[in-house]
Design a protein around this ligand. Structure first.
Ligand code: TC6
Length: 699
């Protein structure tokens, strides 16, 4: 017997107890242990088998770390069939989560009991695959096609009460999984309940699978796994036998298993969990965090305050005037009423948050007791310096002082205080109570426990926190500014904003860069361009003024109804603004450029190469610690398609030598913009990948 599965004969009931922390993943030892345990129970004359998990959960799924490696027998599909075919009565007792292969094992058993807090689901589509151990064949037989399609294509976790209604589980009972499981098995034996293999249940009636397939494909924005899973469920209804349905499921599963999308999504899964693991902060305790201050109650400040209130922190909101403070309260209440409407907050909680937990102030003295203060004031170095000088004067010793700047130098800001060790950047993304990304920007003198406090705040607010170093734009905005510039160059050379948006939306971005610019407000880019010109552009840098003309005409994007697009018929019904192309043509003429055609592939390749090249510089300079930090930043803050894993995972999958060759080729037309990143050149020379760097950093 494998140690991963404990075996015990309790009277005439054999008990198989999974013991593979932390989540009882169904790795090789667990699968072998289950197969051996079934055989032993049958050989020792047991009448029934109970399967449950020790520790925090039933099986949370196949062991994802085994994906991409040669599979070892017993394979999960055969194991589920083996369990189901046993002449003994087999029962699962579920607590924690029964996910993916975990739920498939449970569906291979004849009866299922769960504790009320348990959740079940088939989340494989989030990993770029589909349930490949009979889940697409068994779930529709117990829950019906509609419910199975919903669970399998969404991957959502279903609570025990709903799972009971759907027929996925047979009973819900409070208690220890072993005890409730044993009692249930005893009851079933006593009443002479029959074995109940799901594979012997009748095939469910088909639905219009072509229509479902098309709808799911569209919703997935290029992600293949949910739509492919629809075809597997179709086989449950239409295949000539259960075995034929399983075969179809297997074929589709293998197709997805061998896809880049599977690699991308599994990379994203592990990157999510690795991003917060920073060796330099291991064992460093964060400072206490109960009361925070937010300076500036605009969209960003109000969003940060909302997130903090929702996490149970008390917030002092500082504004310049009582009127501005009241306006900030209005914004916060507006945000919170969204949570109220969605049922995430009760009316009583809403009132407590907006009265007791939130204090409005116009005097810095109100911040003396704050454990951490975040400023979200106007993006101007002099203004920020004034704020930090005042904070330095009033805040208690040890308070963490944070700036929400999106590109300014945190070292300069820290330098105006007498306590640079307490200063860091906390770069939120708007709307801050919704967007998951937080860049924790560590300045030269930031103390480890101040940094740890930044991460602790991120965790408390439910954010994905990425450590960033100081530079213009940190990780995300620095890379953004380069790929945006690449898009601007393509426009000068002949592409239209609409072609570029279309190509990138087909690539999988939620929105193309020009639609994003319209959403964010064209005035933001205009201000940055003015600042950069004032600082002095490198004479080799290409510049253009057509976008300024759009702003001069009062077109700032969605908020004014027009930008690159015209929004007269609503945000979703955007149409190209007819004023844009003539402005671009005039700019090309003024610069003596003869426009040429750009295909979608070239648009994507150049845009992505610019992104990857700058990302490699960001990693090479230590602004991001590992390639995966860049990937996570782009996934959570910039609408990068998760099924591609992030820009540096995408680059690995494309092949770094080919990408570098393209960059060098384009350098012949613009050597200033296309300067290859030293790290990219080094990796190509050494035959290594970005993921090799991730693995070295994690191991
Ligand atoms: C499948 O089953 C396919 C079947 C078809 C086969 C033919 N494997 O998330 P946490 C690790 S596909 C390996 O922080 P939580 C995780 O990396 C699978 N490792 O905890 C982390 O390790 P670290 C379908 C796994 O309490 C540690 O466990 N199943 C796996 O916030 C703790 O994880 C899923 O997709 C795994 N399957 O959430 C479920 N799962 O400490 C995926 C976790 O070294 N898992 N780890 O960083 C989850 O959704 C969550 O982990 C959770 C627990 C809800 C189970």
């Amino acid at each position: 017997m494998s140690e991963a599965i404990g075996y015990e004969l309790h009277g005439d009931i054999a008990i198989l107890a999974a013991n593979n922390p932390p989540v009882n993943a169904l790795g090789h030892a667990v699968r072998q242990g289950l197969a051996d345990g079934m055989a032993r129970a049958e050989a020792e004359g047991a009448r029934a088998v109970l399967i449950y998990g020790t520790g925090r959960t039933y099986f949370a799924g196949a062991d994802i770390r085994e994906f991409g490696k040669p599979p070892k027998e017993p394979h999960l599909p055969e194991l589920c069939n083996r369990i189901e075919a046993s002449p003994l009565l087999v029962v699962s007792a579920i607590h924690g989560t029964a996910l993916g292969g975990g739920l498939e094992v449970a569906l291979g058993t004849h009866y299922r009991i769960a504790v009320p807090s348990a959740k079940v689901g088939l989340p494989e589509v989030h990993l770029g695959i589909l349930p490949g151990a009979g889940g697409t064949q068994r779930l529709p037989r117990v829950a019906g096609v509609e419910a199975a399609l919903d669970m399998i294509t969404s991957g959502r976790h279903v609570r025990a009460d709903e799972a009971l209604k759907l027929g996925v589980i047979d009973r819900v009972a409070e208690g220890d999984p072993r005890e409730i499981g044993l009692a249930y098995v005893r009851e079933l034996l006593d009443e002479g309940a029959p074995r109940r293999p799901v594979s012997e249940m009748p095939a469910p009636a088909p639905v219009d699978f072509d229509a479902v397939y098309a709808a799911v494909l569209k919703k997935g924005r290029g992600q293949l796994s949910p739509a492919t899973a629809v075809r597997a469920v179709q086989a449950a209804c239409e295949a000539e036998s259960f075995a034929a349905g399983l075969k179809r499921e297997r074929d589709l599963f293998m197709e997805l298993m061998n896809s880049d999308q599977r690699e991308g999504l599994i990379h994203a899964f592990f990157a999510d969990r690795a991003v917060g693991k920073l060796p330099e902060l291991e064992g460093v305790a964060p400072r206490p965090l109960a009361a925070i201050g937010v300076i500036g109650g605009g969209t960003m400040g109000a969003g940060i305050a909302t997130a903090a209130l929702l996490s149970g922190l008390t917030v002092t909101m500082l504004e310049m005037t009582p009127e501005a403070a009241e306006a900030a309260r209005g914004r916060i209440e507006g945000n919170l009423s969204g949570a109220l409407k969605r049922g995430k907050l009760s009316q009583a909680q809403f009132e407590a948050l907006t009265t007791k937990a939130l204090t409005l102030a116009t005097d810095y003295a109100a911040l003396t007791e704050a454990d951490l203060v975040i400023e979200a004031v106007f993006e101007d170095m002099e203004v920020k310096k004034q704020v930090f000088t005042k904070l330095d004067a009033v805040c208690k010793p040890g308070a963490v002082l944070a700036s929400n700047t999106s590109y300014l130098d945190i070292n300069q800001i820290a330098a105006v205080t007498s306590r640079p060790q307490d200063v860091l950047g906390l770069h939120f993304f708007s709307p801050a109570h919704v967007m998951k990304l937080l860049e924790v920007v560590i300045a030269d003198q930031t103390a480890p426990d101040a940094a740890a406090t930044g991460f602790a705040l991120g965790k408390r607010l439910g954010k994905v926190s990425v450590r960033a170093g100081v530079c213009d734009g940190f990780i995300g905005n620095r890379i953004l500014s380069v790929y945006r510039t690449c898009a601007d160059h393509m426009i000068l050379d002949g592409a239209s904003p609409y072609e570029i948006d279309e190509a990138l939306e087909e690539f999988g971005f939620a929105m193309g860069p020009f639609a994003v610019a319209d959403l964010a407000g064209l005035d933001i880019g205009w201000a940055v361009r003015k600042r950069k010109r004032a600082e002095g552009l490198d004479p080799r840098a290409r510049d253009s003024a057509y976008a300024d003309k759009l702003c001069e005409a009062g077109h700032f994007g969605q908020k004014t109804g027009k930008g690159y697009y015209d929004y007269a018929a609503g945000a979703k019904a955007r149409v190209p603004n007819p004023e844009v192309l003539p402005l671009i043509e005039a700019e090309r003429a003024a610069q003596g450029i003869t426009p040429r055609a750009f295909g979608k592939d070239e648009i994507v390749r150049r845009y992505m190469a610019a992104m990857v090249n700058e990302a490699a510089k960001v990693v090479g300079e230590g602004i991001a610690r590992r390639p995966l930090d860049v990937d996570v930043t782009l996934l959570y803050g910039y609408g990068f398609p998760r099924y591609r894993g992030g820009p540096l995972k995408w680059a690995d999958l494309q092949g770094l030598p080919e990408l570098l060759a393209d960059i060098k080729r384009w350098a012949a037309e613009d050597a200033y913009f296309w300067q290859p990143a030293p790290l990219l050149e080094q990796l190509v020379a050494e035959g290594r990948s970005f993921d090799d760097l991730n693995k070295e950093a994690v191991s």
